[in-house]
Write a protein that binds this ligand. Structure first.
Ligand SMILES: [Zn+2]
Length: 857
């Protein structure tokens, strides 16, 4: 106590002497009771929030702003840190950044004049991956230094930079991580993994959702960056495995997406080298560059801004066990892409010799890196601001040249629900989408009024273009016989294909019609046609994912719903098989009108007798298995079921082993996980006992009983292996055991061909699907009586399989099964070989998964 009051007194005297800050800014040590990054100690989220608030209220260098909600309703917070004279005119600086972002409304001389006096906006986002906790733990110390230091280097940075410091991009995950760490600290499970994700739904994939924006955090960040505080530089701080290099800074590994201005990569290199320099000055060993991480895919929080002319920078620190130290012996150190071992090279001049590694080491590296970054941002302030404007200007000029000139989204889409989502994510990504208010002509084609136009002459052209175009992955081959370098994430994502939305690419200039700008995408309401006074039944357009929501809403309203099994002409319109037949009854009309209005599905009322061959749809009782080995695919599937309004229950190993499943459920969904891991779960001793062991042989027996008793087992991706083995299904995965030189699909969009079947209702018979290291099934003929039988419902196209991305060995999968139904006993298993609901992006094939559930009762 005595020591602390002396410290306070001392800092008070210093402050008074320098005439600087009010003396009430507590150090993090004083506020939290430990040094940031001390072994075994973590600052929790309420504490961090309180600390940021306290510093903001005491310092004229700091203002705290709200950057929007997280999934669980916490707030992402951002400290805006700069010199007091900048803080005093913050609103003007913020508005200037938004003006510089759009060169169409700002002439170059005015932009350059602005750049001469505009500080550079630098954002730092910490720990989107919550167990990569070092950056968040460094945040209070960084804030304190910037708020109180009189060091000339800091003062210069504050004068030239407005820092936007987000202490966590995933506060929900921070809470989960700190709770788990504290609970098991000092026990045999100290520093262990959690048996669940560090986010309500998607864990690590929170950083794979930046353009799709399915999660609240990514919508918040997009609004914050592209509409409020458009930064010129964004630094995202991550952690990597414990045994490689100690720290990674840019330049990144190849390949790059060529859509972005080359100034992006040059600047990332400049700032990366400045960080590396500061790290070396501070004696931090083991910093690697030009390695490990490429920036090809635009779905990271730290790559989506590239298409918005923000130079984004990734750093990765070696991890400890959360806050518990580790020891890595020299001979345990491993290399990675770009550095084969720990021999000094130009990209890795000062390897770390091995030894103890503490959370405090990570904090130290982060602080050095930020010091280097802020110093360089200050030194190159004017270039950074000017080039931000320049990149936007060049994008507009490229767009005017054409190739492409525009993308057009015509009205009357097959799946209005998917089309709405595609336009909404573009709009939230600050892409300008305009609606034609009259018909217009492009070459020989007349587009109707209501066509949406995305002109490429806009500052964030690169972002729109990369999301809408076909990817041709730049495969780089080494010496013959050496493995090809796989992309860090996926190789193709083309959203119009993945989402089955018709988007026409127009290469040449055309005269754009009068338009209005859309600030929100919506579904055009449909109406109820036909015999609305003496209605006996309704027929509802059953195409697209909205129809699955319609089924769930109508069932919930107590309606009798079935599928039309033959085409039906009614009042001059022909409904296809898979349209919904809904019997009129009390209360049904309201639900029907809601479906037409909100889901945009065409409906006709009829006074005739309902068709007798319609196939009834029951309210399926659905279970989603949640393994204790945390599973991102389970999270995405759970999110999707909620969004599309399926009632369901999560079940665990114990629920399955207990048996009696058929009495409780019609369908059980097993997310993507290999059979061995599903059965074994976490090995004993690695987790608290209630979370070890998987399904076990007992669980597998109960699942088999569920199927033979009439249940539907839905297996996603690699879990199909479990169904095949368990049922003795006559199905073989032809890709099994093949080397990468023969079959390699690192995340690409492929063409699928579907059979006409209730499982494919609501889809076109040829569609795009997402494939990522997936299997391809060959079905053996039925020879043994009463043995399970299998039938292909969907296959990889017989030729031209690859639509976007990269695929080696097309002949291996061409024509082979991608979706197979196995009948066993009274029930069945539905095996998805491809990624039917991939990260809630593959709208084109969600419906196959939904149909598997809706046909289970
Ligand atoms: Zn990470």
């Amino acid at each position: 106590m005595r020591a602390r009051s002396l410290t306070v007194l001392a800092s008070l005297l210093v402050s008074v002497a320098l005439g600087a800050q009010a003396p009430s800014i507590q150090s993090p040590e004083a506020a939290f009771g430990f040094t940031m990054g001390a072994d075994g100690e973590l600052a929790d989220w309420p504490g961090l929030q309180r600390y940021f608030e306290a510093v903001a209220s005491a310092s004229n260098r700091v203002e705290l702003v709200d950057a929007g909600p997280s999934t669980d309703g916490r707030r992402l917070i951002a400290a805006i840190v700069s010199a007091p004279e900048n803080i005093a005119r913050l609103e003007e600086i913020r508005a200037n950044a938004l003006r510089l972002a759009d060169p169409r409304t700002l002439e170059e001389p005015a932009a350059l004049a602005l750049a001469a006096r505009q500080p550079v906006l630098v954002a730092i986002g910490m720990s989107i991956h919550a167990t990569e906790i070092g950056a968040t733990q460094a945040a209070p110390e960084l804030l304190h230094t910037l708020a109180t230091s009189q060091d000339p280097e800091v003062l210069r940075a504050l004068r030239d930079v407005v820092l936007i410091l987000l202490p966590s991009l995933n506060p929900d995950g921070h809470v989960l991580t700190v709770d788990w760490y504290r609970k098991w600290k000092g026990t045999e499970f100290d520093g262990s993994n959690m048996p669940w994700l560090y986010h309500r739904y998607v864990g690590h994939d929170l950083n794979r959702d930046a353009f799709m924006m399915n999660m609240a955090e990514n919508r918040s960040l997009a609004a914050f960056f592209y509409r409020r505080w458009h930064p010129q530089v964004f630094l995202a701080m991550h952690q990597m495995g414990p045994r490689g290099a100690r720290f990674f800074v840019p330049p990144n590994a190849d390949p790059i997406d060529p859509n972005y201005d080359p100034l992006i990569w040059r600047t990332a290199g400049l700032l990366g080298h400045a960080m590396a320099l500061a790290l070396e000055e501070d004696g931090r060993q083991g910093v690697v560059q030009n390695a490990l991480y490429d920036y090809y895919w635009p779905g990271y929080e730290d790559s989506a801004p590239l298409g918005h002319n923000t130079v984004t920078i990734l750093t990765e620190a070696a991890s400890a066990r959360v806050a518990s130290p580790i020891t890595v012996a020299k001979d345990q150190l491993t290399g990675g892409l770009g550095f084969s071992d720990h021999t000094p090279t130009t990209r890795f001049p000062n390897p770390w010799p091995g030894g103890e590694w503490h959370l405090r080491d990570i904090v130290n590296y982060e602080l050095s890196a930020v010091r280097g970054m802020l110093g360089a941002a200050a030194r190159y302030r004017e270039e950074l601001v000017r080039n931000f404007y320049r990149m936007g200007k060049r994008q507009v000029e490229l767009g005017l040249k054409g190739g492409p000139f525009a993308y057009l989204v015509p009205p009357g889409q097959f799946d209005p629900h998917a089309a709405r989502k595609l336009e909404q994510l573009l709009i939230e990504g600050a892409v300008e989408v305009r609606r034609a208010v009259e018909p217009f002509r492009v070459a020989e084609t007349v587009y109707p009024q209501g066509t949406d136009i995305i002109l490429m002459a806009q500052p964030f052209r690169a972002y729109a273009k990369t999301l809408l175009e076909i990817q041709h992955y730049p495969v780089r081959r080494g010496a013959p016989g050496t493995p090809v370098d796989r992309p860090y994430d996926v190789a193709g994502w083309t959203l119009p294909l993945q989402m089955n939305v018709t988007v026409d690419r127009i290469d040449q200039y055309f005269e754009p019609p009068p338009t209005t700008r859309l600030d929100q995408a919506s579904i055009a309401p449909a109406r109820v046609w036909g015999e609305v006074r003496k209605t006996a039944f309704y027929v509802v357009d059953g195409r697209g994912n909205g129809a699955s929501i319609a089924i769930n809403r109508l069932l919930k309203a107590g309606a009798q719903v079935s599928w039309l099994t033959n085409a039906m002409a009614i009042e001059g319109y022909t409904y296809q098989p898979g349209a919904l037949v809904v019997t009129e009854a009390k209360g049904v009309r309201d639900a029907i009108e809601g479906v037409a209005r909100d889901l945009g599905l065409r409906i006709t009322a009829s006074a005739a007798r309902p068709p007798e061959d319609a196939r009834p749809i029951g309210g399926a009782r659905v279970a989603l298995y949640k393994p204790w080995a945390e599973n991102i695919d389970e999270g995405w599937t759970r999110w999707l079921l909620e969004q599309y309004e399926f009632p369901f229950e999560n079940i665990t190993d114990a629920d399955i082993r207990r048996g009696g499943l058929r009495a409780r459920f019609d369908a059980i969904v097993i997310p993507d996980q290999g059979a061995d891991r599903l059965i074994a779960g976490h090995p004993a001793g690695t987790m608290p006992p209630e979370y070890v062991g998987g399904l076990g042989t007992a669980g597998v027996a109960m699942l088999r009983q569920f199927v033979t008793g009439g249940g539907t087992l839905v297996t996603l991706d690699s879990s199909s292996e479990l169904a095949i083995n368990m049922l003795g299904a006559p199905v073989k995965d032809v890709t099994r055991g093949l080397p990468a030189s023969e079959y390699f699909c690192p995340g690409s969009v492929v063409k699928l061909e579907l059979e006409a079947d209730p499982l494919t209702y609501g889809l076109p018979l040829e569609t795009a699907g997402f494939c990522a290291f997936n299997g391809a099934f060959e079905v053996q003929p039925d020879t043994v009586p009463n043995a399970p039988t299998a039938r292909v419902i969907g296959r990889y196209a017989k030729s031209g399989v690859l639509l976007s991305g990269w695929l080696e060995g097309e002949r291996v999968v061409a024509g082979k099964g991608a979706l197979v139904e196995v009948k066993a006993g009274q029930g069945r298993a539905i095996l998805f070989g491809f990624r039917t609901q991939h990260r809630a992006q593959a709208h084109a094939t969600f419906r196959l998964f939904f149909n598997a559930l809706h046909t289970s009762r």
